[in-house]
Design a protein around this ligand. Structure first.
Ligand code: FAD
Length: 415
């Protein structure tokens, strides 16, 4: 069945956090918007579900700092608009060996972007966190104010509710199986497995771990975006110390540089438990997930034992959750026009490489700009172009280490 009426200004494919933020931006600007999702809204099979994501401005790549700062403001504006609370502020604490190139690069990024920060040695860290965080002698820590936790499932529902309030149409259980150009009247036809077809002037694809499959079907282009299954772990805080690690005090969101790269949040979603996980995963086909068994936790356990002065039980995680990353070879996003016969009519936002959630409001703003005006204001899109992989299969060249372990250790599987 073809959609009756004048069609849409923009159809957005994929209602994870990126698609939901994009639909909100488009509808807010008065454009007729349709957001399509292949599964139930708020499902747990993609990348945007769960209880916590970190936000931080510390990045080895300086181009993400300004995006994170803009995003932080947009998160606050959105939650004020609807009176949801999804953003819980905390300090951010990054740590690692003092010769770690990524960590040193993150310090330079702070300097370049005027992000207020303090660099501390191991003794200063012990004092600042009253002995809760212990660093080896040859490590340093960086403290910044912009940090915190965002509640992902709630945040997706917030942006979907906002988009709907602004007039966007949201439909779930609609799997898009092709997008074709309308050579006569212009624009594109977006067709679904159900047989329905929707016409729009523009289309934005925010299909998460499925972006590679959909883009290949639509245009034949093979994007180097690999789905990874990753595991989040929650650990028990020793009795009597729960409040010392809880959000709302001085305990920070944190990241530990080096191999493995480890990240975590203060205790929030499950009282008495703290989330500490490795930024790593196994390549998978998003339609044939292994659903476990998860990664080896031996280095993570050792890290917890060493860093948290025995105040967190490193025996076994109390709870684990599975989720998917969409990795590019350089861990930079893909934000670009599809090009070819589609020119600027189809825009892609994908490959968020395990660090996209915090940026979703700014990415939504950029994707809406691109669909409506043909450019993203205030951001250098060159870092995110598809073309970078044609020039170099590894993408952007960096003079520091990758952060997600898989990039170095595992081969891609063909989806
Ligand atoms: C465990 C874990 C921890 C993370 N921690 C952080 C963090 O601390 N900070 C941070 O910034 N980021 C973090 N991330 C990354 C962040 O969550 C992702 O970058 C972000 O959620 C990606 O959102 P998305 O909308 O691109 O993908 P998704 O949420 O997967 O959304 C894509 C949607 O498109 C739908 N779709 C796909 N194909 C079709 C189709 N053909 N038709 C219709 N619908 C379709 C899918 O069903 C899906 O709902 C983490 C990710 C994971 C998994």
């Amino acid at each position: 069945m073809e959609f009756c009426g004048d069609g849409f200004d923009v159809v957005v494919v994929g209602a994870g956090i990126m698609g939901s933020c994009t639909a909100y931006e488009l509808a807010k600007r008065g454009h007729k918007t349709l957001l399509l999702e292949q599964f139930d809204f708020l499902h747990h099979r993609g990348s945007s579900h769960g209880e916590s994501r970190t936000i931080r401005a510390t990045y080895p790549e300086d181009y993400y700092c300004a995006m994170a700062m803009e995003s932080s403001k947009l998160w606050e504006e959105a939650q004020l608009e609807i009176n949801f609370k999804v953003y819980f502020k905390a300090q951010q604490f990054d740590m690692g060996p003092l010769d770690d190139k990524s960590l040193l690069s993150a310090v330079s990024s702070c300097q370049k972007n005027s992000v207020p920060h303090q660099v501390l040695d191991s003794q200063q860290v012990a004092k600042k966190f009253s002995g809760r965080i212990k660093l080896p002698e040859n490590w340093i820590g960086i403290c910044t104010e912009l940090g915190g936790v965002i509640k992902p499932t709630k945040a997706v529902s917030m942006f979907q509710a906002l988009a709907s309030r602004k007039g966007a149409i949201l439909r779930d259980n609609i799997q898009v199986n092709n997008i074709v150009k309308d050579g006569v009247k212009g624009g594109v036809w977006v067709s679904a497995a159900s047989g329905e077809k929707f016409w729009a002037k523009k289309c934005v694809i925010t299909a998460g771990a499925w972006v590679r499959k959909l883009v290949k079907t639509v245009s034949g282009l093979e994007l180097p975006i690999q789905a990874l299954e990753t595991t989040v772990c929650y650990w028990r805080i020793r009795e009597g110390h729960e409040a010392d690690f809880a959000i709302g005090g001085d305990f920070p969101t944190f990241a530990s540089y080096g191999q493995p790269y480890i990240y975590g949040t203060p205790s929030l979603e499950f009282p008495g438990l703290i989330k500490i996980a490795v930024h790593d995963g196994y390549p998978c086909d998003p339609d044939k997930r292994p659903w476990g068994p998860g990664m080896s936790l031996s280095s993570l356990k050792k890290w917890i034992e060493g860093r948290f002065s025995g105040l967190v039980d490193c025996g076994e995680p109390v709870a684990t959750q599975l989720c998917m990353y969409s990795m590019t070879p350089d861990e930079d996003y893909v934000i670009d026009f599809l090009g070819g016969e589609f020119g600027k009519d189809v825009v892609i936002g994908g490959g968020f490489s395990g660090h996209g959630f915090k940026m979703a409001p700014v990415v939504g703003r950029m994707l809406a700009d691109m669909a409506l005006c043909g450019e993203a204001k205030g951001v250098d899109l060159n870092y995110f172009r598809i073309q970078r992989f044609q020039q170099n299969p590894k993408g952007n060249v960096k003079n520091f280490e990758h952060q997600v372990g898989f990039s170095a250790n595992n081969k891609s599987i063909v989806q």
